[in-house]
Design a protein around this ligand. Structure first.
Ligand code: NAD
Length: 276
């Protein structure tokens, strides 16, 4: 187990990881370029060291560097760590994996990618909590077996369930089950705002459930959409074909077909969280 974990990016995910690792008895150090994030982290009192200076952060000599910033920034940070010839094991929490793993490979860094499948539509250290990660899935990208084994144990220690997969396969899966749902939630809000924002006055529980994630962070999500554009584009095309089929059945007033389609998806959705 590492004794000292250095976290880069003290927002929702970096803060939650810091709190969970500290609860597990590890020493936590933090780096963030925002003084607001650093002051919230100072107030929380769990960090052994905090800084907005990369050299000072590296001087804390963490056994593991954990990057928890939006993906494009994470790539820039990897490049900085590469220029500084850092040999420490590095992992990350970014929601896309192919670019970051390939960049770390090109830079010759000691890196293993990760993605905690836990989150919320709110950002920042103030919203972070150790509980967010308990029982959640953590994806690790396959690579050096020692690193994967080490990171698996570390995440299990904070109550996460670990799965290991190829970075490209990760982006294909999460393009469908995470990135695309965020996209259609943003697009639905856009539709209403474009038609007439006063319509929002009439929204009920269904709209609230469907659009919760449309309140998510613009930097994080524009990074994810651009980084995983190929897979997201494929899902958009498949979804348009499905919507087109619904449109045709609705126009033809094919009630029995519509009932069959709804029964099929409704029963799958009803069972989805039964055992959780
Ligand atoms: P956040 O906005 O809450 O926090 C990001 C933090 O990074 C902020 O404190 C910001 O000041 C800091 N930061 C930005 N640029 C920096 C730089 N150049 N150097 C140092 N610090 C910098 O974001 P978050 O929700 O914690 O997301 C972090 C990462 O985790 C993202 O890559 C995201 O894709 C991934 N992720 C997010 C969720 C979620 O639900 N929010 C879930 C899983 C994974």
């Amino acid at each position: 187990m590492p004794e000292k974990i250095g976290i880069i990016g003290l927002g929702l995910i970096g803060g939650s990881l810091a709190k969970a690792f500290e609860d597990a008895g590890l020493k936590i150090y933090g780096y963030d370029k925002s003084l607001d994030s650093i002051s919230s982290a100072v107030e929380c009192g769990i960090f052994e060291g905090l800084t907005d200076d990369m050299d000072e952060f590296l001087g804390f000599a963490p056994d593991l560097i954990y990057i928890a910033v939006p993906v494009n920034t994470a790539v820039e940070i990897l490049q900085e760590l590469g220029r500084k010839n850092v040999k420490t094991l590095i992992t990350d929490a970014c929601s896309t994996k192919t670019t970051i793993c390939s960049e770390a490979g090109k830079l010759g860094l000691n890196f293993c990618g990760g993605h905690p499948i836990a989150g919320k539509e709110v950002s920042g250290f103030a919203n972070s909590e150790a509980e967010l990660l308990k029982g959640a899935l953590h994806i690790l990208t396959d690579g050096d077996e020692t690193n994967v084994g080490f990171l698996k144990k570390l995440h299990e220690k904070i109550g996460m369930k670990v799965k290991v997969m190829d970075a490209e396969y990760h982006d294909e899966i999460f393009g469908v089950v995470s990135h695309f749902p965020h996209l259609i939630s943003f697009a639905l809000m856009e539709l209403i705002l474009k038609k007439d924002k006063n319509l929002l006055e009439y929204t009920g529980g269904g709209f609230k459930d469907f659009t919760r994630i449309a309140a998510s962070d613009p930097v994080m999500w524009s990074d994810i959409f651009t980084d995983n554009s190929e897979h997201i584009n494929n899902v958009i095309d498949e979804y348009i074909a499905i919507l087109d089929d619904w449109k045709q059945q609705i126009n033809k007033k094919e009630k029995s077909v519509l009932m069959k389609k709804i029964r099929h998806v409704s029963s799958a959705r009803q069972c989805l969280y039964e055992n959780i």
